[in-house]
Design a protein around this ligand. Structure first.
Ligand code: ASP
Ligand code: MG
Length: 451
């Protein structure tokens, strides 16, 4: 049996957290492959300074070196600390070189290279600590492990077939020798061998990619909450952990609201029916959430209600849009050109309504306004909207489910501004003004999940 365990930033973010994570790894009865995030705060620091243009080489390296040595000195004995320091310094030197070299700044993958440095340090710390505890462990970078990536800088996707070819070749022999590999999350080996990151929070996805490639029996995502919840506990006091979900429900929830798991984590494990558990490093005895293929049917209408706020509806009016060849395609193309995420689309004969983030409105309008030849009559914007994502097993097939859900919305006194139904059979997504969102969520939770 092989388990892949992914530890997030807070789970490797302090001496205390590393002790807990190591204990969890050692307690596992299976062969274990570990994937790690950077220590919490490190990626934010690197990206924040990259953005502000204030990434000073010696300051950055001094700060990161101190942060990691401080933790390692409390975890490692003299001997291992000395060799840890040597290896860490080699990695720090590489970072310093990258930051000082004007040529590397011109590389399109420079940002990926810098922002993924934290994982290269944290993997080393955890691996050395396991060795200190008498385990045989080895730290591997994504390149050494054989995680391949493809795509634009900052927006990588794993090349699953190449990774499935190389990663077992590199990792299985280590497992056979009883070693615990600790692999860097967040990035893969991209074009020309350059590091390519999977987007913020992408280490969860790395965990799933590794589990897929090595044919793991289980993927465990170790984080700082107990699992998926039926709603945001800050909004709904009766919100509780959901013990069991299927892949589709988890994917919808992860995408639309819950920040428990990176939404892309589901796909690689779904393909091989590998069960995924979300567990709390700081409360490991809690059951957490298990996400898997089959689940016994249950009675309740909804399993969870999540929301995404600060959205805007852009409505493009043009006579008889529906009859004009490629008109809808051209509008969507403009959104793609603007590099904007579309949360929902709804069309009628003469309008198309697009749901996007408030912050993307300006850029979207700029691109839509280049459509002049297309006889756009008007473009309207409604801001400060909230997307409510109501998730339930087999929701679409249940006669009367929408009537019940919208009945509850009416009781909350909210007007529904846009609906997306029928696209997913596990979720009903609709938009209400932000100032009504909380009462809608509470009403739905109380009626269909429980107080
Ligand atoms: N360290 C990366 C980030 O903060 C990846 C991750 O934590 O999943 O986005
Ligand atoms: Mg995360």
């Amino acid at each position: 049996m092989i388990t892949v365990m992914k530890f997030g930033g807070t789970s490797v973010g302090s001496v205390e957290a590393l002790k807990r994570s190591a204990e969890i790894i050692i307690r596992s009865k299976h062969s274990t492959v570990v994937v790690v995030s950077a220590m919490s705060g490190v990626t934010n620091y690197l990206i924040g300074h990259l953005d502000s243009g204030e990434l000073n080489a010696s300051e950055t390296v001094d700060m990161l070196r101190k942060k990691h040595l401080d933790v390692a000195s409390q975890l490692l004995g003299e001997e291992l600390f000395a060799s840890y320091q040597e290896e860490l310094d080699r990695r720090m030197d590489n970072l310093e070189y990258l930051l000082r070299d004007p040529e590397s700044h011109k590389d399109p993958y420079f940002r990926d290279d810098i922002s993924s440095q934290g994982e290269r340090f944290s993997s080393l710390t955890l691996s050395y600590y396991l060795r200190e505890l008498g385990q045989d462990s080895v730290a591997l970078t994504s390149e050494e492990a054989g995680i391949h990536a493809t795509g634009m800088p900052g927006l990588g996707s794993a090349e699953l077939s190449l990774t499935s070819r190389d990663l077992p070749y590199n990792v299985r022999p280590l497992l056979d020798e009883g070693k615990i590999p600790i692999i860097t999350g967040f990035y893969g080996r991209g074009p020309e061998g350059k590091p390519l990151t999977f987007g913020r929070g992408g280490s969860d996805y790395s965990g799933a990619v590794v589990a897929h490639a090595i044919d793991a029996d289980c993927l465990e995502i170790w984080t700082d909450v107990n699992g998926f919840m039926s709603s945001d506990p800050r909004i709904v006091s009766g919100a509780r952990t959901i013990e069991e979900m299927n892949y589709s429900e988890a994917a919808e929830l992860a995408y639309f609201g819950a920040k428990v798991l990176h939404p892309r984590t589901i796909e690689p494990v779904r393909r091989k029916h590998i069960p995924l558990r979300v567990k709390n490093t700081f409360n490991p005895d809690d059951f957490g959430t298990i996400i898997h293929h089959l689940r016994a049917p249950r009675g309740e209408l909804l399993r969870s209600v999540a929301m995404k706020s600060d959205l805007s509806i852009i409505t493009v009016n043009s006579a008889e849009i529906a009859y004009r060849p490629r008109m809808v395609a051209r509008i969507i193309d403009k959104i793609a050109d603007a590099g904007v995420i579309l949360y929902a689309i709804s069309t009628s004969l003469s309008t198309i309504a697009l749901l996007i983030h408030n912050l993307d409105v300006k850029e979207t309008l700029r691109h839509l306004n280049t459509l002049e030849g297309e006889e756009i009559d008007r473009i309207d914007v409604k801001s400060n909207m909230c997307l409510i994502c109501a998730v339930g097993d087999n929701l679409l097939a249940r006669c009367g489910a929408s009537a019940e859900i919208f009945g509850a919305v009416r009781e909350a006194g909210a007007n529904v501004e846009l609906i997306s139904e029928g696209a997913s059979d596990v979720s009903l997504n609709f938009v209400v003004p932000m100032d009504h969102a909380t009462s809608v969520i509470r009403q739905l939770h109380e009626k269909y999940i429980g107080v």
